[in-house]
Design a protein around this ligand. Structure first.
Ligand SMILES: Nc1ncnc2c1ncn2[C@@H]1O[C@H](COP(=O)(O)OP(=O)(O)OP(=O)(O)O)[C@@H](O)[C@H]1O
Ligand SMILES: [Mg+2]
Length: 236
């Protein structure tokens, strides 16, 4: 059984029919990436999984359980962590306070300092800046804090929306490496990523989206050998 399954969802913004029958699966331990042009529907897919943009048709299942109609907080409590595009760290709270907030009401709450130690091994820079307020962090540090805040909840699956967007090349490399390490330690990841090399390096499988539909599903190797899909749906 898939850890996470999206089954034929249709999601609308008002009357605009955005997702037109999107299906995907994520197995325990995988990194699965959604890739595709701007406006393809990648973020809407993640928002649909979280119950923020509610699908009008179709199902979202976590370990087989139908979570489509649940509230966003309940979906998070059941183990889906969402790291949105906008890196919402709380500007007036310190790094530690932001992380403690991530631990509230989740399985991370019993982890205490263990779970903090664990995330600081991925993000040593955050330990150095533990007492700094969110607004004094650099863009890269804010992204790291947003991911760390998801991790401290000890999610079953983490949805990460364009984590490398706007970061300098060295930071992109660093973050790619960290996300790989997080996955190897057992966290399942559904990633949205526009940078093909990052997606190829991290993913076990990829889905290419265009105009609210899945146009391709396969391994990095099969995508690499498919110039037609690359030319039609990716900016390369
Ligand atoms: N709140 C909204 N209200 C109305 N339309 C929206 C809203 N958010 C997104 N859309 C539209 O839905 C479509 C899919 O948007 P979505 O944000 O899911 O794309 P995306 O693949 O994440 O793109 P990007 O790479 O730019 O982040 C686009 O046509 C977009 O204009
Ligand atoms: Mg998006």
């Amino acid at each position: 059984m898939s850890l996470l399954a999206v089954e034929e969802i249709h999601t609308y913004y008002g009357e605009a029919h955005i997702l037109q029958g999107v299906s995907l699966t994520v197995a325990e331990g995988e990194v699965v990436t959604l890739i595709g042009r701007n406006g393809a529907g990648k973020t809407t897919t993640l928002r649909s999984i979280m119950g923020i943009a509610r699908p009008r048709q179709g199902r979202v299942r976590l370990r087989g359980d139908d979570v489509t109609a649940l509230g966003t907080h309940e979906i998070a409590r059941r183990g889906i962590a969402w790291i949105p595009e906008e890196r919402r760290v709380l500007p007036n709270l310190t790094v530690l306070e932001n992380l403690r907030l991530g631990m509230l009401g989740t399985r991370g709450k019993n982890g205490g300092s263990d779970v903090l130690d664990e995330v600081f091994t991925y993000f040593p820079r955050l330990r150095e800046r533990i007492d700094h307020r969110g607004r004094f962090l650099s863009g890269g540090e804010q992204q790291m804090l947003a991911i760390a805040r998801g991790l401290v909840s000890r999610p079953s699956v983490m949805l990460v929306d364009e984590p490398t967007e706007g970061l300098a090349p060295l930071l992109v490399q660093n973050l790619t490496h960290i996300l790989g390490a997080i996955n190897r330690q057992g966290t399942t990841i559904l990633l949205v990523e526009q940078t093909l090399e990052v997606a190829m390096a991290l993913s076990h499988r990829l889905y290419v989206m265009d105009q609210g539909r899945i146009q391709f599903e396969g391994t990095p190797d099969t995508l690499r050998r498919d110039p037609t899909i690359q030319q039609r749906f990716l900016e390369i």
